[in-house]
Ligand binder design. Structure first.
Ligand code: CMC
Length: 431
């Protein structure tokens, strides 16, 4: 990060009141460093939704929303999705480099050896109703992991942080599959060490102890791709939540749980679930024009779920990749003529041709297609966000680890523009 120029802030009389450094990253917009602003001027900045605020420096992920570019540690998402496994991407995000064949073997082995959960953790599931939302269970059970690993909770120790990272990457899929098995009243499946990360998850989700489970490589590849595409996305709401929670020194399991809670919302990770619910609500291709009109009506809160993005004002590169996977999966499962999928593809066509969506650059986002793929894989709608959480866990941990290692790290403490009452007296009847 270099500091090559300054920005001078003047008052209404054109007198300089503050000189602010302008910082330059490797790529992307320059950043005005406002750290000295309050001290020098008594002013705060105001940026609800953080649309113009960089909250940290990071070396993990870069997004150019105008051009539709996404890089993990400098590599294009398109190339990573075509050429790497999810665990190679995890290594890249966590350690900064793609693994050598030897380090990949160690990394995979390390993850595999941590996929089982403590047997007592199964008791936590029993406390939930069978119809509990999987994200509610995830918040409870992943949070509970904090109580199981006191051996490695020194966040200042890199060794402890690495072990926590491995434990979380390894155990979250086991917990996600347990959420599903619990909801349908089937026994939990133990992990199988002979399988790849994704195959193991598919088996824990769909196998029963009574039968052999046959993997379908097209479906395994589809889920591998979903995980890679969701692995990280820079300072999104849940990652920022993880960083903020971690800035106080909270343990990694608590911080990742905070991320899971944030991801649950429909404007973020809940969107893929919302896409399927919306398709059910639309019901039939003939109703699409009516719903498109509703999405455009300012007085109607209805929005087309799976369209638009805060950062991408061009086609989301992840959506392009997910779209291709979506068509592969539908062809493999011979679902192209299924009414739900026909409806989804017709909605995509309508929105892409509609002047309102074109003018506002509201393209289908990754969750539009991942929702369709997950539905085709047989994953119930209310599990979609938990799958997103499984992919994003690595991103959350990589950011948490980067933050803790950053010597400039301080507790996150935003300020506010106060518009409540000024100081006043309590009415006399309360005395
Ligand atoms: N349907 C209809 N109109 C929309 C939509 C939509 N899905 N998204 C945005 N708009 C309109 C919005 O009404 C606004 O219009 P105007 O300028 O006339 O007020 C304009 O487009 C800009 O929208 P915004 O809400 O100011 O944009 P934002 O950056 O605050 O919101 C968003 C981004 C993703 C929350 C929003 O597009 C949305 O609600 N999309 C649907 C939910 C969704 O698919 N979320 C998943 C995001 S991708 C997954 C991830 O990375 O987490």
């Amino acid at each position: 990060m270099t500091e090559n120029r300054t920005l001078t802030l003047t008052n209404e009389n054109s007198q300089a009141i503050c000189e602010l450094p302008v910082l330059q990253g490797t790529i992307g917009p320059d950043v005005i460093d406002v750290q000295a602003l309050y001290k020098q001027t008594g002013l705060f900045t105001y940026d609800p939704g953080f649309t113009s605020t960089a909250s940290c420096t990071s070396t993990i992920t870069y997004i150019d929303g105008e051009e539709g570019i996404l890089l993990y540690r400098g590599y294009l998402i398109e190339e990573l999705a075509e050429r790497c496994t999810f665990l190679e991407v995890c290594h890249l995000l966590l350690h900064g480099e793609l693994p050598t064949p030897e380090s990949l073997k160690d990394f995979e082995n390390n993850i595999t050896m941590h996929t089982m959960v403590h047997d007592q953790l199964t008791n936590f599931f029993k406390g939930f109703r069978r119809d509990a939302h999987p994200m509610a269970i995830m918040v409870g059970v992943v949070g509970a992991l904090s109580a199981f690993y006191h051996d490695a909770l020194d966040i200042k120790s890199k060794k402890d942080r690495d072990l926590s990272a491995i434990r979380l990457i390894a155990k979250v899929p086991t917990i996600v599959a347990m959420c599903y098995k619990y909801s349908i009243g089937l026994p939990f499946m133990y992990p199988n060490n002979k399988l790849s990360y994704v195959e193991n998850f598919m088996r824990m989700m769909f196998a029963t102890p009574c039968d052999d489970y046959v993997q379908n490589p097209v479906l395994v590849n589809a889920l591998e791709r979903i995980l890679i595409l969701h692995a990280d996305h820079e300072q999104n709401a849940s990652t920022s939540t993880v960083r903020l929670a971690g800035s106080s020194g909270a343990n990694p399991y608590a911080c990742i749980t905070a991320g899971i809670a944030c991801l649950w919302g429909a404007a973020h990770g809940g969107a893929n679930e919302a896409v399927l619910n919306m398709l059910k609500e639309i019901g039939d291709v003939s109703n699409i024009p009516k719903f498109i009109e509703r999405a455009k009506d300012k007085n109607d809160p209805f929005r087309l779920m799976g369209f638009g993005h805060r950062v991408y004002k061009n086609y989301d590169p992840r959506a392009k990749l997910m779209r291709a996977t979506c068509y592969d999966v539908l062809a493999e499962l011979k679902l192209e003529d299924d009414p739900m999928f026909k409806l989804a593809l017709e909605l995509e066509r309508f929105a892409l041709e509609d002047p309102y969506f074109i003018a506002k650059k509201l393209y289908p986002n990754v969750d539009f297609y991942s929702g369709i793929v997950l539905h085709a894989l047989g994953i119930p709608t209310n599990m979609f966000t938990a799958i997103f959480a499984m992919g994003r866990t690595i991103g959350w941990i990589a950011h948490w680890d980067e933050m803790i290692a950053d010597p400039e790290q301080r507790i996150g403490r935003p300020r506010q523009l106060y518009r409540g009452s000024a100081q006043r007296d309590i009415p006399s009847q309360h005395r």
